[in-house]
Ligand binder design. Sequence first.
Ligand SMILES: *Cc1c(COP(=O)(O)O)cnc(C)c1O
Length: 368
Amino acid sequence: MRLRTDLDGIPAYRQGRSAPSGAGDVLKVSSNESPYPPLPSALDAVAEQARQANRYPDSSVSALSSALAERLSVPDDRLVFGAGSTESISQLIRALAGPGDEVVYPWRSFEAYPMLIAAAGATPVGVPLTPDHRHDLAAMTAAVTPATRLLVVCTPNNPTGTTVSRDEFRDLMAAVPDDVVVLLDEAYRHFDIEDDRLDGAEEFHRYPNLVIARTFSKAYGLAGLRVGFAIAPTTVANAMRKMAVPFGVTNLAQAAALAALNARRELEERVGALVAERRRVEEALHRQGWRLPASQANFLWFALGEATESAAAVFERHGLIVRSYPGEGLRITIAEPRACDRLIETAQALADAGLDNALRSGAVVAPD
Ligand SMILES: *Cc1c(COP(=O)(O)O)cnc(C)c1O
């Protein structure tokens, strides 16, 4: 057997750890999932579709596609679906880039970017975040070369929660050559409540080289069903469809996503409650002396550097499984109030132990 030799350099995806079985009362806040179970309407839709699971799904995703096209005011041929927006991003990368091509992306950011770029045979060009954990847009623009096919923007950024404002984004689009596609990954957009927040669906009409990625996994709470989509210009959308796994989005996922999309009021309530929890936790942590980057997502970033792994162990002793990036920091999901209470308690214990000093060493800019 002869495997592709370039695969050796690609790390495997690391999923946020689950609570070990028999661990007792341990809460998983390591994957930015919604703490809410699917709405009854989504569960009914899944049950209904399950009865016809002997049939292949609708490969054109027609009902969900029409509903989204209307909601977003885009023609439905610009929508391309995937098994989660991770698949949409994979389709886009493979449609645009192969050996010899470069893809520019922010780093630290979504762990899948460098993997998917390398899996396509293209060259990942990661551009470090600024010291205050934001995209370094000037450095990203400067990293564009004639070999660049795609530039990725993730806002709010996973795992730091920081955003790219509308004006910053428009300046970036003006600086990037028209033949380079820009991907705007908006997985966490519902949690962004800033006045100058970007809305990719609006920006889409302004630029011929812009692709938006969105998911039903986070605010809509359907991570286990795998459905996401991209909004892309016609030529790019058609190329992405060629890269899609046939029948990759099940009828269960399509029907649940449509039900979730139609439950606007419930979505707003759930997002509102999580944003309120985020504010409560941020205020408590601020009183404890922590200086974290202000988050517009459903998670917080603790840039603990060398103290990361010992802090992760302390969180675990307090019944929270967090996402650890050894040597860099911890990402902790804002979940149910009980999980947030534990987060606040543990943060106090860490502050008492002086671990928050890592954040006071000047590496982090205070939110105020
Ligand atoms: C979670 C996430 C996605 C999408 O996840 P799917 O479950 O594949 O839809 C995309 N981008 C970022 C940055 C994410 O954190």
